[in-house]
Design a protein. Sequence first.
Length: 379
Amino acid sequence: MRNHRLAPGLPRTFAAGLALVSLWPAGAFAETVVKIGAALSMTGPAAVYGATQKAGILAAVEDVNRSGKLPGIKLEAVIEDDASTKEQGIAVYQRFINRDKVSAIIGPTLSNTATAADPLAQAAKVPVVAVSNTAPVGITDIGTYIWRVSLTEGQVIPGALARLKAKLSFKKAALFYGNDDAFTQAGYKVMKGALDAAGIPIAGTQTFAKPDKDYSAQLTALKALSPDILLVSALAENAAGIVAQARQLGWNVPIMGGNGFNSPAFIKNAGPAAEGVYVGTAWNKVSTDAANQAFLAGMKGRGVDPDQFCAQAYTGILVIAEGIRLSGGKGSREDVRNGFLKLKNLTTPLGPFSFTKDRDGEHPSSVQIVRDGKFQIVP
Ligand code: 1QQ
């Protein structure tokens, strides 16, 4: 019986329908899968940032796929651990470029890793979107395929310092920074430049390295100089130890941190010592913009308490999706880049987002203070 050969047990009309579907040209209904590699620090000193970046990326991929914004295209995130190191960052990029054939790369978490890994993507013409690299120099200037969502320390710190000067009217400053990391060194340079430009004398400068746990010698030396403010460029773990030990020494000087302070892990690890610490931020978490409110609600629904790094990573995916849309293509590496050249005033949780002519990000920034164990936006 003919009916049986088509599909045993099914009504004739339904079976005929199935046969029709199977005769349809392959791929007529299929979606193009566009892979986006994300090199994130899941282990090592930057793991506190990588965890919330991952949550932001997964949420954004879900939201974009559900939105119908890219008809016929399905985004897929491939997430790998860069281990907060250059070596692992390079290995992950090689897999993204050659094995996974990703259309774009997000990451790596640290500027330090980006300086080593991004040149591979540039050479292979794979667009990179940095979502947490804040060293002003040595990232987007690697080449025309390297783009950035994260505001640099140069875009955030001078303004934050000016606002604090108006508030605290400090007369001399001290500087403390990590001398073994591209970001902490760059942050120091920006802080020094901002102080110089504002005519605030620097009473003293000290350094530490990532593996350090005891900062008392340097802090004691700086305290003896009686500065009115201490500026610290450090990753979150060092930042927490530095702030806790400064307060243990009975030193109650106002402290302003760089971008490394922007993780809730800093507050958790520093404990009550974190109270009153200032930090500039790329994300105004109390912004009433619809895009931010939708982001907050979406993350809450997923059981995630987002931080700046989560909002920036979420925005990274939105930016890539918009690039693909603006290119009118199917999501190839060149499509992503061509779309970026047209991208302007994209609605994101960070505010209206554009790229500068040098492929850096452009959007509003804010200043935060730690109060009651949380970052609060300084009005
Ligand atoms: C950088 C940073 C780090 C503090 C965050 C990941 O800003 O390495 O550029």
